[in-house]
Write a protein that binds this ligand. Structure first.
Ligand code: B12
Length: 210
């Protein structure tokens, strides 16, 4: 059934994809696992876009389907929210990049895992990151980027945090489909997280070992 979901999203079959996601959620499948399958589907959409089979409206449609499924998944997750406090996270999609579906999923799951999240949105300049870090003194900074040009913005953000004298106070993680460990090293971040679960594990580890 989850394989079917991947194909339906990749083929942009909005209604059937939503119905299948709803069935999976109601059948007790882990919402996070469903979102992971959705991410796989968007890789297929991305490839079809690169190959000239899909165009911008198709990217938009895939984004819309993803958004709707993540709302469904989130409504199921809310029941599990606990009441502790794990730490503070400042998060945003870096300057020049408007992709926010993945970042929103990560922010949601961080909150559901007791982190206080300050989500700065998309196209966030290095100055805005610095300003928020000064204001709320977070434990962790999360930067999202889906465009390869975002790597430059990530580096500029880390550099701005260093110049502001705040680098030693925070741990920085990056994420987004084209990022990896090498990108994390080259932009000066502490780690790369492949998905929300990985990001939460890293953040928890950092907060408890500080
Ligand atoms: C949907 C989509 C769009 C939508 C975005 C809607 C939105 N509100 O976000 C729209 C239509 C607006 C769009 C626009 C563009 N897009 Co687009 N888009 C996509 C697509 C198909 C899916 C992205 C997505 O939402 N994935 C699903 C989420 C859940 O996955 P994710 O973001 O990777 O997030 C997960 C992890 O990576 C991780 N994660 C992400 N961030 C973070 C942060 C932290 C801190 C942590 C811990 C983890 C983490 O956790 C998430 C959950 O698992 C991708 C294809 C792809 N392969 O990703 C192309 C893609 C990213 N887009 C691309 C392009 C080229 C564009 C445009 C330039 C097109 C154009 N010519 O206008 C514009 C750019 C606009 C801009 N300035 O940003 C290219 C980028 C190529 C490149 N190498 O730079 C891609 C890869 C498609 C392709 N293969 O060509 N796009």
């Amino acid at each position: 059934m989850s394989e079917k979901l991947v194909n339906l999203i990749a083929d942009l079959q909005e209604e059937e994809a939503l119905a299948t996601a709803r069935q999976l959620i109601e059948g007790g499948t882990d919402p996070m696992a469903i979102l992971e399958r959705c991410r796989e589907a968007t890789e297929i959409v991305g490839k079809r876009f690169e190959q000239g089979q899909y165009f911008i409206p198709d990217l938009l449609m895939s984004g819309e389907i993803l958004q709707e499924i993540s709302e469904l998944a989130k409504s199921r997750m809310k029941k599990g929210i606990t009441t502790g406090y794990a730490g503070k996270v400042v998060m945003g999609t870096v300057e020049g990049d408007l992709h926010d579906i993945g970042k929103n999923i990560v922010a949601f799951f961080m909150e559901a895992n007791d982190f206080q999240v300050f989500d700065l949105g998309v196209d966030v300049t290095p100055e805005k990151f610095v300003e928020k870090i000064r204001e709320v003194q977070p434990d962790v900074v999360g930067m999202s980027g889906l465009l390869t040009v975002a790597f430059k913005a990530m580096k500029e953000t880390v550099d701005a945090i260093k110049e502001a004298g705040l680098r030693e106070q925070v741990k920085i993680m990056i994420g987004g489909a084209p990022t990896n460990e090498q990108v994390a090293n080259s932009v000066g971040a502490d780690a790369y997280a492949k998905d929300a679960q990985h990001g939460i594990e890293l953040a928890k580890h950092w907060v408890t070992s500080c």
